[in-house]
Write a protein that binds this ligand. Sequence first.
Ligand code: AMP
Length: 213
Amino acid sequence: MRIVLLGAPGSGKGTQAKKLMADKNIPQVSTGDMLREAVATGTRFGLKAKAVMDAGNLVPDEVVLGIISERLGQPDAEEGFILDGFPRTTQQAIDLEDLLDELGTPLDTAVLMDVDFDVLMKRLTGRRTCSLTGKLLNVYFSSQDELDECTNAGGELVQREDDNEETIGNRLDVYREKTEPLIDFYQQRNKLTTIDAVGTMDEVYDRLLNALS
Ligand code: AMP
């Protein structure tokens, strides 16, 4: 199964990709996670990428393409992958198509995760990660018990640096301008499936499985 999860920041791509990865035994390939790892290493490239990401802008196409071609060439991606956060521009989508053509492994589907703007804002501003377990939580949507479980165990609810309101506004603008055109791109290739991504994690996951079946 080779799929792209398409959707605005906060549409739940990462959450659903992780569930699907565990179920189907294929890797989640998140350019955002890989870039954050590069930033954490503190290299010169990492510092440059950090400035771009902190502002909510996009890292250059050729940089992410390099990361993706290396990742998709690894053995665990042979049976498939879930792309999360890539492609984000038409150029990236074209590059991905070329890369998969070369590998002889075309994309099966691009799933658009559809979410209203108001929900996106709450998901993004409320998003936290437990510093102990890495579990994704949300101060608006997680139960108090779930939040307490992290803090009572000595963990902290950490907010991503680019999840502040100003950067979020820019990330949503960038999404509309640069990434939304991919909806047409995949529609024209008969590869687009849209799911309603508002609901509980399990409800959305069921819709995702239906869309993929
Ligand atoms: P994400 O975790 O997917 O929200 O990505 C966080 C940030 O990483 C984005 O706001 C961009 O700055 C950068 N990034 C992630 N994926 C891409 C991509 N495919 N193209 C360009 N920049 C990206």
